[in-house]
Design a protein around this ligand. Structure first.
Ligand SMILES: *Cc1c(COP(=O)(O)O)cnc(C)c1O
Length: 385
């Protein structure tokens, strides 16, 4: 299977797998329990928290796309992040990026406060800070590239090599790009995970997560924990996410075409102080992005002139963009990281991560680009009056 191209794997996932009826699309199995064939004669599945055919099909599809050994479907993106914590003992430490997803930051720092493990927060582009953190021999290093909301890049291959020299496992949050645009396991990482709530499902109607390991034994250990603590994803969510996955390749193409236009438009607009988008040749991570990604994605953020007052007017005037958290759906969304996605970070941590009050993040949807630009244009003009 893995010799097929990503778009083929996404579209064909689970197709023709029904041996009973020849259903082209795999059925959704809601049954919580599965009959044994006889005394102590188990089938592949016995109880749905542990294993479910619909969830297994979706997990295998993502494992194939990431070219990993085991795919574990979780109830949310955060439960995929939390699953990684099961690998940590009280004396172990995990290194996390200073600008990681707000919910991940909140989870790691709060569990560390309760003594479950140690957390070291670093700017992973600061070579000295990263080297210092690695010299403490952490068990796990978490990477997120591009980062949220400033779209900073980390050289996954280079940092992974450094981490492996001290024996650390590398886990990458690949939510912003999806396996279509970046495959961290092929860059050396040990674990990759997604909030499938975002691009993979793509229709803003499922909250879910998935984690893929390169190594089978590590995957089996984490699958054991996912069942033990009860965070596996529901069959219905798995069914919908698998359905969403099939159009991921075409959605991603259109997202990126629109994003390129929006980024150029924002860059040329008088109301904008700065635009953060890895597709720009002057973006500090541009070369790394070109090397490790097969596209620049459709997420960007910008600083608007006039501070938070201008942000408020912009949000009030926008008609097409929806003011909402989340990202990666077909619809264009706009948000204010400081008070929304990153509200779980203390204000000092936000400042350290470069998140200002005038920072606005957008997830560019796949509506007609003329309508997107027209909407941004009228609202940006109004914000400066
Ligand atoms: C949304 C998100 C998460 C958390 O996922 P949920 O599905 O909301 O639990 C983790 N990482 C990133 C980068 C995200 O965008």
């Amino acid at each position: 299977m893995t010799s097929k191209k990503s778009a083929t794997l996404a579209v064909r996932a689970g197709i023709n797998s029904d041996k009973h009826h020849g259903a082209v699309i795999p059925a959704m199995h809601l049954s919580t329990t599965y009959a044994l064939k006889g005394f102590n004669e188990k089938r592949q599945f016995d109880y749905s928290r542990t294993g479910n055919p619909t969830r297994a099909t979706f997990g295998q599809a993502i494992a194939d796309l990431e070219q990993g050994a085991v795919g574990i479907v979780t109830s949310t993106g955060m439960s995929a992040v939390h699953l990684i914590c099961q690998l940590l003992n009280t004396k172990d430490s995990i290194v996390i990026p200073h600008d990681c997803y707000g919910g991940s930051y909140r989870l790691f720092t709060h569990l560390a406060k309760r003594g479950q493990f140690k957390v070291i927060v670093v700017d992973q582009n600061n070579e000295k800070a990263l080297a210092d953190a690695l010299s403490t021999k952490p068990k796990i290093v978490l990477l997120e590239s591009p980062s949220n909301p400033l779209l900073r890049l980390v050289d996954i291959e280079k940092v992974t090599k450094q981490c492996h020299t001290v024996g650390a496992l590398v886990a990458v949050d690949n939510t912003f790009l999806s396996p279509l645009l970046q495959q961290p396991l092929l860059l050396g990482a040990d674990i990759v995970f997604h909030s499938t709530t975002k691009y993979i499902n793509g229709h803003s109607d499922v909250v879910g997560g998935v984690l893929v390991t390169k190594d089978k034994t590590l995957g089996e250990e984490l699958a054991w924990w996912a069942n033990c603590i009860g965070i596996t994803g529901s069959p219905f969510d798995s069914y919908l996410a698998l359905r969403g996955l099939k159009t991921l390749p075409v959605r991603m193409k259109q997202h990126q075409i629109n994003a390129d236009h929006v980024a150029d438009y924002l860059k040329s607009h008088d109301a904008i102080e700065a635009v953060y988008f890895p597709g720009f040749t002057d973006h500090p991570g541009h070369e790394v992005a070109k090397r490790q990604q097969s596209g620049f994605g459709a997420m960007m953020s910008f600083e608007i002139k006039g501070g938070v007052e201008a942000v408020k007017i912009l949000f009030r005037k926008l008609e097409l963009f929806t003011l909402a958290q989340s990202l990666g759906g077909v619809e264009s969304l706009i948000s204010h990281p400081s008070t929304m996605t990153h509200a779980g970070m203390e204000i000092e941590a936000q400042i350290a991560a470069g998140i200002s009050q005038s920072l606005v993040r957008i997830s560019v949807g796949i509506e007609d680009i003329d309508d997107i630009i027209r909407d941004l244009g009228q609202a940006l003009s109004a914000s400066q009056l």
